[in-house]
Design a protein around this ligand. Structure first.
Ligand code: 5GP
Ligand code: MN
Length: 339
């Protein structure tokens, strides 16, 4: 975003507008954190602001200030459609292709609102009037901080906004340990703590509210874990039956894929999760080094994401999906060995 665009946006936001903020399907900490941070910011300037997410989000994010005010499109599509239709401005956060919003894609496409994209995924679509896209950023929450900085308005960040931003930066960086964590990320986190984000409380709320069943489900995934040393790959799966046995709830499998990547000499990890209701296998992929799981997912599993963290889906059975995954590994052997 250049200075002319920033001036344009400042002008636009200088009078009260009807604003909708949306994010992607299966919202994660960065999706919920960034939309709510911007929501609280825009409310300060008396904008009529609504956050709409395509489907429900995990319980460990429900405590975030403002979460109760989020409209879930799956449950409240009529009200949401009216909001989208009436919106003058729509912010699209933490995704860059409209199909990532599921059933919201059509109303968003039809909307006449001015669209502003803020996102850190690769290859953005050109649907927005203003595009702030940076793949080097740790998270969309970090970008919201930069966005407010560009507006010369970080002074408006109070403890509520700081808390929302902290959540997304923390979850998208794996608690500040992934490659995408820069010294700037840490500087911003320091600012957020100074502004009132309670770091230890936030960690507790997000990571230390496990149910016994969730840990049993993790145990099941670890038991199913297989390693292919020749391809420096680890993969695991959870069938619908296994999910049911441990009373699976949304968010319960978050982070499980990372265990495979923690094995010495493993540079590619995958988890395959059966979803009978949707009739798909949901796939999460993580890598270390050169291998782009974004490309792997785009090329073979109808998905995308970042170089080292991506997701996708398959319409084959669980068994056939895993077989397909194993069968494509030889074509990535070079990247797998040149970590
Ligand atoms: P996760 O594996 O945690 O669901 O997602 C990892 C990354 O890949 C996230 O940045 C997420 O937005 C992206 N991602 C996950 N699933 C999909 C998908 O089906 N399509 C695309 N394009 N990106 C995905
Ligand atoms: Mn993100």
């Amino acid at each position: 975003m250049n200075s002319q665009e920033i001036e344009g946006l400042k002008q636009l936001l200088s009078t009260s507008k009807k604003i909708v903020i949306v994010s992607h399907l299966n919202p994660d900490g960065d999706a919920v954190g960034s939309t709510l941070a911007l929501y609280h910011y825009l409310l300060k300037y008396n904008h009529d602001t609504t956050v709409i997410l395509p489907n429900n989000f995990p319980n460990f994010l429900k405590w975030i200030p403002g979460a109760d005010n989020i409209l879930i499109y799956d449950y409240l599509s009529d009200v949401s459609n009216v909001k989208i239709k009436e919106a003058e401005v729509i912010f699209t956060l933490d995704f860059n292709a409209l199909h990532r919003t599921g059933n919201m894609e059509k109303p968003l496409k039809e909307s006449q609102a001015l669209k502003i994209m803020i996102d850190h995924h690769q290859t953005p679509e050109g649907y927005a009037n203003f595009t702030f896209s940076d793949v080097s950023m740790s998270s969309t929450c970090e970008m919201i901080y930069h966005f407010l900085d560009m507006l010369k308005d970080t002074d408006s960040i109070d403890s509520t906004i700081a808390t929302c931003l902290y959540v997304g930066i923390m979850t998208d960086t794996g608690s500040f340990k992934f490659d995408c964590t820069s010294s700037t990320t840490h500087h911003i986190i320091a600012q957020l703590i100074d502004k009132g984000a309670n770091n230890s409380e936030i960690h507790n709320f997000v990571y230390d509210t496990n149910s016994y069943e969730r840990l049993q489900l993790l145990g099941c995934a670890l038991k199913n874990l297989k390693v292919l040393p020749e391809y420096r790959t680890a993969y695991t799966s959870l069938s619908q039956k296994e999910l049911n046995r441990f009373n699976y709830k949304k968010g319960d499998t978050e982070g499980v894929v990372n265990y495979g990547l923690s094995i010495d000499n493993v540079v590619l990890a995958a988890i395959f999760i059966e979803d009978s209701q949707e009739g798909i296998i949901k796939i999460s992929l993580r890598s270390k080094g050169q291998l782009s799981v974004n490309e792997l997912s785009r090329d073979h599993f109808n998905g995308g994401g970042h170089n080292n963290a991506a997701g996708g889906k398959s319409y084959l059975s669980l068994k056939d999906t895993i077989e397909k995954f194993i069968s494509i590994l030889p074509s990535y052997k070079k990247a797998l060995n040149n970590e």
